[in-house]
Design a protein around this ligand. Sequence first.
Ligand code: NDP
Length: 307
Amino acid sequence: MKVFLSGGSGFIAAHVLDILLEHGHTVITSVRSQEKANKIKEAHPNTPASQLEFRIVKDIAQEGAFDEAIKIDGLEAVIHTASPFHFNVTDVKKDLLDPAIIGTTGILKAIKKNAPSVKRVVITSSFASIVNPSKGNSWTEHTYSEEDWNPITEEEAVLNPSNGYRASKTFAEKAAWEFVEKEKPNFTLSTMCPPLVIGPIVHYLNSLDSLNTSNQRTANLMTGKNKSEIPDTGTYIWIDVRDLALAHVKAIELPEAANKRFFITAGYFSNKEIAEIIRKNFPALEKELPAKDVKGGDYPKEGLYKE
Ligand code: NDP
């Protein structure tokens, strides 16, 4: 299959790219600069240039950003992962909401207009678009599922970066489903709603400072940043990036994945457990880790939403 992958320089996208290539697909991936394209090319020295191509899309928040990039003969599927996931923002609308929402609606419009051969679209949404933060983590009678939607409003979205990120994913995913309903395009949609994604880093990093957001908690524990207190876990469910990447690829390969939302998780975790896993498996890092009796990072005493 010929597949367009947006945001190929990202943590999750790099795993999606590897699995697409392993499964024999041809990949055209968008990145923000030629330097980023070169790094991906260097990481795949044995992949023929005809199986891995690049398009430069500098800013997905610009209307029409994907219009030219998506013009690819015989393109069959699109996996849209690009979206900002960080809390280092000064303007929630400009830095988080616009790239997420305009990026998502923009790629869908571009496919409809300029890539009519596309049959399958997969979008990386998030548990952020499912969770109801007003219920807290201790909504012990509730089991989250694909039926749930984060009820966040536009007013709440701009209150702080954390709300901004959750709203960016909720509004973008809603906009995608609305697009499909209203525009009735030639393609089917599947959305992936992972909670915290952790696992091996296979994409190029300039330095540890440019590590993606979801892996930072593990890096912080390993580098002595949490020795006196383990931070609150926040979201208590996770998924291995390799499983999530495989799910993205399966969603373009399997007809039964069409028009479905996938809440995909491996179960509960806590920051304290991450610290103990590192202690057990990497004894050389003991001096960087919080001592066993350091406070913080455990499960809430009141319990958690149900599994
Ligand atoms: P990364 O930060 O590693 O990847 C984000 C990607 O989006 C990068 O390729 C980045 O490009 C690109 N991007 C961001 N903003 C823009 C923009 N304005 N214009 C063009 N490209 C842009 O994070 P992840 O791999 O973790 O995230 C990938 C997707 O998964 C996102 O949609 C995220 O919301 C979602 N997700 C992630 C979770 C996690 O725990 N990691 C959990 C749930 C969902 P560049 O590298 O050039 O900055």
